[in-house]
Design a protein around this ligand. Structure first.
Ligand code: FAD
Length: 318
């Protein structure tokens, strides 16, 4: 997709007017169902049980972002606590201390109040702490998603702080950011869990590589740092070149199966997810659910012209 079209589609992800228009269209829900596993906890659990049966692990995201009212942030925490309680009742929550946990939730700090003026950083940190405490008791991991670059410092400092009590807490680094190779070096220490992705937001040239070849090259450099490090790399990509390079890198670093994992998004390259899992790899599928699917959905459209075309054709009824 051209950089201009990608920027235009990503700008739509931040438009409340377009959000109102698109979320009201009956056809949107049918297309969204390809990427989002329903609106309720019951529906997402059903999708997860099917993935777990096919030997994949899961990371569940309750959709929502950029929450600036306290009641909205509290409601998101309540949803996560209910989700974690339900996950804790699954047999996969029974894991030995220190072992890889098949069940995980992914959390966006902006949905927990990070963008609230004044105390947003501290509010999001304490909300995340509540979620981590519940997850620890239930045998579930938490990873903090990466959002636009204005949040990176706040997000990574919250992860660092919470890791003092919850050393298994994961963070996401985006290879398109120029700073990320350094962040990988700083965060590749023992016990750290880093999900490396390319990055899904529309970032300025001053902080991010905008050329696809440069992003891909940055991803491979960052992957090299993480696989050579002492942490647990989580290779989040659908890109065949990344998956092939990761296979070579983990072998060269003599990592065992339980010392890294592949990750992909729900509904994207499901055959490849199964192929990797059946071949004996750990594969975790990121499974989003909830009503607030608009921003997530538009970012998926921006990643691939075919997705945008499919959505536009559905709109005009072809
Ligand atoms: P690309 O070069 O974009 O794609 C490679 C190939 O993958 C494509 O040719 C196509 O075959 C397939 N593909 C990729 N995207 C799609 C799609 N939407 N639909 C259909 N096929 C597709 N980004 C963030 O900014 N913050 C996060 O916290 C974050 N968390 C993520 C968690 C996981 C588990 C994953 C897998 C991705 C996450 N992302 C996140 C998104 C990521 O940054 C990329 O935008 C996205 O994964 C596409 O990049 P890619 O590595 O798959 O490679």
């Amino acid at each position: 997709m051209s950089a201009l079209l990608r920027s235009t589609v990503l700008a739509a992800a931040r438009s409340p007017r377009l959000e109102r228009a698109i979320t009201r269209l009956p056809v949107s829900r049918a297309v969204v169902a390809r990427f989002v596993a329903g609106t309720s906890t019951t529906q997402v659990l059903r999708a997860c049980e099917s993935l777990l049966r096919s030997q994949c692990f899961v990371s569940i995201d309750y959709l929502g972002e950029d929450t600036t009212d306290p009641a909205g942030a509290d409601a998101t925490v309540a949803q996560y606590l209910a989700l974690i309680a339900a996950l804790g009742a699954l047999p996969q929550a029974e894991v030995a201390a220190g072992a890889v946990r098949p069940l995980e939730v992914s959390v966006k700090l902006s949905a927990l109040g990070q963008a609230m003026p004044g105390a947003g950083h501290a509010i999001a940190r304490e909300h995340a702490r509540q979620i981590c405490a519940a997850a620890e008791a239930a045998g579930i991991w938490v990873t903090v998603d990466a959002e636009d670059h204005t949040t990176t410092d706040s997000t990574l400092s919250i992860v660092r702080e919470l890791r003092a009590d919850y050393p298994w807490l994961g963070a996401v680094l985006q290879a398109y950011l120029r700073r990320t190779e350094d962040d990988c070096r700083a965060m590749a220490g023992p016990g750290s869990r880093i999900r490396l992705c390319k990055g899904a937001y529309d970032e300025p040239e001053s902080v991010a590589f905008r050329d696809k070849a440069e992003v891909d090259a940055s991803y491979l450099r960052c992957l090299g740092v993480l696989t050579a490090g002492a942490g647990y790399p989580m290779i989040a990509s659908h890109d065949p070149a990344v998956i092939a390079a990761a296979g070579v890198g983990v072998q060269a670093a003599q990592r065992k199966t339980e010392e890294y994992e592949y990750q992909m998004l729900y509904g994207i390259r499901a055959d490849e997810q199964r192929r990797l899992a059946v071949a004996g790899n750990h594969v975790r599928v990121y499974v989003p659910f909830g009503d607030q699917w608009y921003g997530y959905f538009v970012r998926r459209l921006a990643e691939r012209p075919a997705n945008l075309g499919f959505f536009l054709r559905a709109l005009v009824g072809n």
